[in-house]
Ligand binder design. Structure first.
Ligand code: PLP
Length: 353
């Protein structure tokens, strides 16, 4: 069987739907195989989990509290429920995963918290929105803002700069709000901004980060990182109650060890970003593709001629439409220049047809 039989063009085209269409990266898979030798204590009381936590402390250059979850919805929902009572609120952008893609999980885990939506350009929450939500929350009668939650990088493929994060951090302090980041694609932001994990988090007053592993190259798993350690009190019980304490925890944590120790997290994020850059360069040359906003990370947003898009979809392309306009094409650690060549050739043909 040839390589192409195993991976037909239609399947290769379908990958651009998201970065979670990718498989497990070699480092993570190798670590799982190693962790599979012999026996181990369950529920996280094992050397892999210890090593993964230490490696995270090293990468973030601080002593922080770390927990591992199966997915990002749980990481976000549990982190936010730790920050808020059921009668309080979290300020977030309307185009955020917690608002649109988690089926109300933050409210579910906290038994009632409200998401208080504030606007801002390019998928980023603005300082004005934070201040106005705080000053307009009617005491006693409305849920009182207790935290802000930003997405880095955002759902629109943009990054908060250190300047913007600093200003939002000040707004959070001024209004006595905890500061959470949904970092499902945090590694892509680090790679794009050329900033260290520390620079983009606790240097700027971030209290808690939901750190993505899955889209970065793990098979599954995200970490919840508390930089403000006092806020983590009892969090392990919350994880356990929510069904997020893995019995064979080592399979969730071993991949992080290699991913972090060998800088694979950054290498894979950089690669995904670079592939998206290549995709942008090639597709922007075609008249049927109009770039919607400047590419920053591993996603590119295009308005594509209806007929061309339909043609490409027939060939296997999966491209999600966004309410803000256009479709999103996304690259991962696994995307190759050949995959991009394939898409570009199909796009050229569809444009000519
Ligand atoms: C993918 C993603 C998550 C996590 O989603 P799960 O499917 O629950 O793992 C969280 N936030 C953002 C911005 C995401 O893109």
């Amino acid at each position: 069987m040839s390589f192409l039989d195993k991976h037909p063009p239609s399947e290769r085209l379908s990958q651009f739907a998201s970065d979670n269409t990718s498989g497990i990266c070699p480092e993570a898979l190798e670590a799982m195989t190693e962790a599979n030798l012999g026996f181990s204590t369950p529920y996280g009381d094992d050397r892999w989990t210890q090593k993964a936590s230490d490696a995270l402390r090293e990468v973030f250059e601080t002593d922080c509290e770390i927990f591992f979850c199966f997915n990002g919805t749980a990481a976000n929902g549990l982190a936010l429920s730790q920050l808020c009572h059921s009668y309080q609120g979290v300020i977030a952008h309307p185009v955020s995963h917690i608002q649109n893609d988690e089926c109300g999980a933050p409210a579910f885990y906290s038994q009632g918290l409200s998401l208080l939506l504030g606007t801002g350009k390019n998928g980023k929450l603005s300082v004005d929105a934070v201040d106005s939500i705080c000053s307009n929350a009617l005491p006693l009668h409305a849920p009182q803002p207790k935290a802000i939650s930003l997405t880095q990088s955002t759902e629109l493929g943009t990054c908060y700069t250190t300047n913007e994060l600093g200003q939002l951090s000040e707004a959070a302090k001024r209004n006595q709000l905890a500061f959470h980041i949904d970092g499902a694609r945090f590694s892509n932001a680090c790679a794009a901004l050329g900033r260290s994990p520390k620079n983009l988090t606790h240097d700027l007053g971030v209290d808690v980060l939901s750190l993505g592993g899955t889209k970065n190259g793990l098979g599954l798993g995200e970490a919840v990182v508390f930089f403000t350690k006092g806020l983590a009190l009892g969090f392990e019980y919350r994880c356990k109650q929510a069904g997020q304490l893995a019995s064979k925890m080592r399979y969730l944590t071993a991949p992080w060890v290699k991913m972090l120790q060998e800088d694979a997290w950054l290498k894979h994020a950089r690669h995904a970003n670079q592939m998206a850059q290549l995709l942008e360069e090639r597709l922007s040359a075609l008249p049927s593709f109009r770039l919607i906003r400047a590419r920053e990370v591993n996603s590119v947003f295009y308005e594509i001629d209806r007929r061309v898009l339909e043609q490409l979809r027939k060939k296997g392309l999966v491209a999600h439409e966004f309410v803000e306009g256009g479709v999103r094409l996304m690259c991962s650690w696994q995307t190759t220049p050949d995959d991009i060549q394939l898409l570009v050739e199909e796009a050229q043909q569809a444009t000519k047809a």
